[in-house]
Write a protein that binds this ligand. Structure first.
Ligand SMILES: Nc1ncnc2c1ncn2[C@@H]1O[C@H](COP(=O)(O)OP(=O)(O)O)[C@@H](O)[C@H]1O
Ligand SMILES: [Mg+2]
Length: 273
């Protein structure tokens, strides 16, 4: 049975003049593969930063013991690309191994031989071994995302969170990435933020809609009606012929844990006015 590894209770986050998240209740389970969707500025990155512990919040976040250790939170994180400082003068290899930083401290000399070996192995698997000595500022967007993914998983976290990893990358990378994430999901929970709702919903097991409020939807099928009910104004894209991923209407037969189908029609009516 799946166990909750992160539980948010009545979580709110505000910046100076903006309430970014309000009254959020959400559980993340150890076998989850969750896609986070929502409009620009809806609070997706804020939600993730609260979970990884880099933003002040009100309310409560409870982490299962498997995520907390003396070495810090056992969460791997791939930041949105515009948040990563590309001018930082370190090599691709050093970026990858820095995913062990909490464990090793800041000094490069403190990484062990096996840490560097693990970095080599990951870079080889992600097809960037030949770039290991290159300054991180000189590689392409896709190569950078590969390096950041290696960095996020090198500590073998129990939860991996990726914030818009498919921005600025080609389709080939996107396909590879989802294949890699499915493999990783056999041993860790995965949360991926994406604005590409068509692709992300076809790959994940559950969907979380974020637009100041947060709704968990325990299926990768989501309808335009449900998005409306989740106050998630984003365009819906059909997946075409792939059978289990076609976005269609459920006719109110949604069996997810979070949405109250009996309320749907009244909410919809008011939303449509
Ligand atoms: N550092 C910040 N200071 C002030 N407001 C911010 C900051 N970061 C985000 N916001 C605001 O919080 C809201 C949510 O932003 P964000 O979490 O980045 O959304 P998303 O990732 O869904 O695009 C937006 O209105 C944004 O302008
Ligand atoms: Mg964001």
């Amino acid at each position: 049975m799946a166990n909750a590894i992160v539980s948010l209770r009545n979580l709110s986050v505000s910046y100076e003049n903006t309430v970014a998240l309000e009254g959020v209740n959400l559980d993340i389970y150890d076998d989850d593969f969750v896609g986070i969707i929502g409009p620009n500025g809806g609070g997706k990155t804020t939600l993730i930063k609260a979970i990884i512990g880099t933003l002040p919040y009100s309310g409560e976040i409870v982490y299962a013991p498997v995520l907390s250790s003396e070495e810090g939170l056992g969460i791997g994180y791939l930041p949105q690309l515009n948040e990563f400082d590309r001018s930082f003068p370190i090599s691709v290899r050093e970026v990858v191994v820095s995913g062990l930083q909490r464990r090793k401290g800041l000094m490069r000399a403190r990484y062990r031989k096996c840490d560097w070996a693990k970095a080599e192995e990951l870079m080889a698997r992600m097809g960037i071994a030949h770039l290991a000595d290159r300054p991180i500022g000189e590689v392409s967007g896709g190569q950078m995302q590969r390096a950041l993914l290696c960095r996020a998983v090198i500590s073998e976290p129990k939860l991996l969170i990726l914030d818009e990893p498919t921005n600025f990358v080609d389709n080939q990378f996107e396909k590879e990435l989802y294949r890699t994430l499915r493999e990783l999901n056999e041993r860790m929970a995965v949360i991926i933020v994406s604005h590409d709702i068509g692709t992300v919903t076809s790959e994940v097991k559950s969907i979380v809609c974020v637009n100041r409020h947060v709704h968990r939807h325990d299926s990768n099928l989501i309808t335009a009606e449900q998005l409306l009910n989740y106050d998630c104004p984003i365009q819906i894209v059909s997946h075409g012929p792939v059978p289990h991923t076609v976005l269609g209407f459920h006719d109110g037969d949604c069996s997810c844990r979070c949405c109250s189908c009996s309320e749907e029609s009244s909410k919809r009516t008011s939303a449509e006015k």
